[in-house]
Design a protein around this ligand. Sequence first.
Ligand code: PLP
Ligand code: COI
Length: 341
Amino acid sequence: MENIKWEELGFGYIRTDFNIRSTWKNGEWSTPRLTEDETVNIHMASTALHYGQTAFEGAKAFKGADGRIRLFRIEENAKRLQSSAEYLMMAVPPVELMVKMTEEVVRANARWVPPYGSGASLYIRPFLFGTGANVGVKPAEEYELIIFVTPVGPYFKAGFQPIRAIIDRDHDRAAPLGTGHIKAGGNYGASLLSGDICHKLGYQSAIYLDAAHKRYIDEAGAANFFGIKDNTYVTPKSHSVLPSITNMSLRDLAADLGLKVEERLVEYTELGTFEEAGACGTAAVISPIGEVYDPLEDKRYVYGGGTEAGPVSTKLYNLLRGIQLGDEPDTHGWVTFVDME
Ligand code: PLP
Ligand code: COI
């Protein structure tokens, strides 16, 4: 690890020292165990492999100027994993179990938390899946909860630089009453082709519209969408949008900054009225959107000349990062410290 150039990290997998696991069997979660094993040995007839009984989470740990390690809103990730587990009929891990496992695995990998000032962070990836022999389409009888960590840089190569997005009307990420509101593995499998096509067309992200009407904005790839206009933070409300913890935080921060906050249906035609637009998420943080191309109407919606992040997005980004790194006061109580024992 001596060779790691923290400042140059992208969003990829780097082996760390340990991951942590707990198995649900006979109605009980086993005592979490740290392991150096990067592989999982599961039955070939596992529901995770055949029927998509698998869900995941994404969170981050940061090192502050004081050298202390901070987790950002980890209980919210635990709660969202619970809602994914409930919908996919998996064993539901208690919030305390997931938080405790996260703290333990981050502590065990403390040397992998990127240094303050590097712009990088430690990505935390909890995932839960059905195991055991099971050919029938029914929930598994055994489950595995694993959390691994890996140091990451920006999700989009350029970091806090405007990205280009394209409206995709040819694919839906999620059905109106489907699984868009949970973090099911299948949602991401369903987005791969669309993502590949939009990359080949020269865009970093797809914008998905609501599957029923193709009229309202749902999401920006693996991130939520927001727009800014008239001193208002506007973000889509839809059952098929993942309830983003970053977006939830930005709504509070926007209100703190004196903006109005609206969570409502957002017609794609409204794109022309925003002063700023952005994609937000744990991996994406805030990625300003410089341009949205609408192939149906052959129309380009451009923000900040396509190259400049807007002033409100910049303020929100600095505030969010500041809280995560401990440079700004944690007035909402979002940070948990992982101190070495
Ligand atoms: N939307 C989708 C589809 C995502 O995969 C993510 C990433 O987690 C988000 C939104 C952002 O959610 P969060 O801010 O909780 O990371
Ligand atoms: C996240 O932001 O944590 C995500 O899940 C995005 C992507 C890496 C799937």
